[in-house]
Every structure is written in structure tokens, then in C-alpha cells.
Design a protein around this ligand. Sequence first.
Ligand code: SF4
Length: 323
Amino acid sequence: MARELRKIFNKSLMKKARALVLLSGGLDSILAARLLLKQKIKVEALVFKSCFFGSEQAEITAKKFGINLKIADFSQRHFEIVKNPRFGYGKNMNPCIDCHILMLGFAKEIMVKEGFDFIATGEVLGERPMSQNRQSLELIEKQSGLKGYLLRPLSAKLLEPTIAEQKGIIDRNNLLAIRGRSRKEQLALAKKWKIDWFPAPSGGCLLTDFHFSEKLRDLIKNAVKPDMDDINLLKIGRHFWDNGVQIIIGRNYQENLKLREAGRKSDVLLEMKEPAGPTALVRGYKGKVSEKSIQKAKELIRSYAPKVRGKKIILFDAFLPDC
Ligand code: SF4
């Protein structure tokens, strides 16, 4: 593979260099792309999306820059590493090191196939404790098979020169030496370059969210083989477990409708008729839903339906959703 990469690189010396930038749409990746564009590098972008985060912001950014964007949905592979990360989790269920390795591995395949000269990311040394310390950056570069071909323009001057820098494809002097969690320098650059369409740095990946992570942990523990639909259901309603049976209570009319649509043949759906109230989807991962779990779902509905507190008669519709 090293010989193959070198062949691509040597060819690039004769033409305009091309970089594939991993573009999340956040400020760091925007600035990384901008730094390369300023050096007359031909930039194309790659964004990943999965059941845990979307690609919308990157799509907006790519449009503003007028750069070609490739969108890769890696939900299934992403979920596999979430269940069993080699390098562990961050604060919540976010396996950021494994995730970066996975993304960059994909990017490398595209680089080789389409003849890009190098990959660039918006990573900043020391910005994230788990995945952006020096050791992790080196580990990620090595494990993704991109040694020497991964440029981090925002912190490049603090890192080993990449092959593109050594060969003069890109001028190291015009790269940056940003370090740490303060985003002062990035914000100053954004102001200078009149970039104002980036989102707040809160992330957008559900795996970094405490509450979502709790729900996901329960799902992985209780469900035999959870699929993408099961994960998508974690995004709505209140979730409870009763001996391997999942009970989801809708929080509003929209969620009630979504639960109705999400039902499978083996699920039980409970809907209040009079007065109207929360819908419950009851899903048994280890066999048929028991009467006990249905009773528990009814109690939960009652506890979340203030209008019926104190009333004796509550009507439920328990049925198998049509699907
Ligand atoms: S925050 Fe989510 S998308 Fe980002 S690296 Fe971590 S796991 Fe991957």
C-alpha cells in the first residue's frame, strides 16, 4: 500500500495538488479547508453521516465554498464500533478514537481510488482530551494507514511534517500552530475571513449526549440484535425497560404519531382514547410481550397523562400495528 500511495504522490507533483478534506461543517474543518484553498490546493470534501449524527451542516458549508462534497453513510459500521470500541469510550458512548480511525480508513480508500494527494482534517492538538492529544493523533494516523498523508492544517506546525509539506506541495509556513481548547484563534480567523455560518461547537453527535447514551446502553444490554430502526426510536419518547421489554411513551402528538408508524408486527401499541393522551409502544426483544409488561405500560401512560389522574376509566387500544 505504501508503494501505491507514493505512486499517487509522485504523479501529483506534475499536476495541481488535490486534497480530500473531512468536513464536518464545524468551524475547525471549515478553516482547514479554507487554509488549503488559500494555497491553491484543489479541495474536495467528504462528510460522514450515521444514525448518530447528520451531514446537513457540511452540506451547507460545501455549498458556500462551492466545493464538491461526498456523503458517506456509515451507520452500520459506526454502530459496530459503538458496541465494541477497541480504544474505549469518551465521557459518554462516544468511541471517538475508533470513529476517527474508521472515517479516515474510508477516506484513505477514496484517496487511493480517486488519486487525491493527501487527506486533511480540522483536528486541533489538545482540543479534545480523548481523541486530539498528541498520542491519539499519532495513533489515529497510524491505525488508519495514513502515516505521512494526513495533514491537520490548524496544528500542522506543532506536528511532524507530512509528505505534502516535505515535498513542497503545501507551504508549511502558511499552516497554523493552534493548540488547546480555547477557540479564540479560530474565532479570530473566522472573523477575518468573514465566515459566519458555522454551528456552535457543541458537536451534534448523539453519542456525546448523556441521556441518549444511557438509552443506547440499555438497548445494547437488553436487545438481542438491535437494528437502525431501534436506534432511531431512541431519539423520541421516554424509555423504560421491563424484563427485556422496551416501553416507549410518546411525549407529544408528533411523537405519538411516530410511535404508531414505527410499530412492528410483534410490538404492542397502546393508545388512549378518552381523553387523548400518550401513546406507548411496547417492544419485546426476547419473545412475546407479556400481559405484565402491557400493564406496566398502562401505568406509565397514566403517570404521564395529567388529565386522567383521579379518573377511574381509561380506555386503551392494544393492537398489533399494521406493517
Ligand atoms: S463525537 Fe461522534 S462522530 Fe465525532 S468522533 Fe466522536 S463518535 Fe465520532
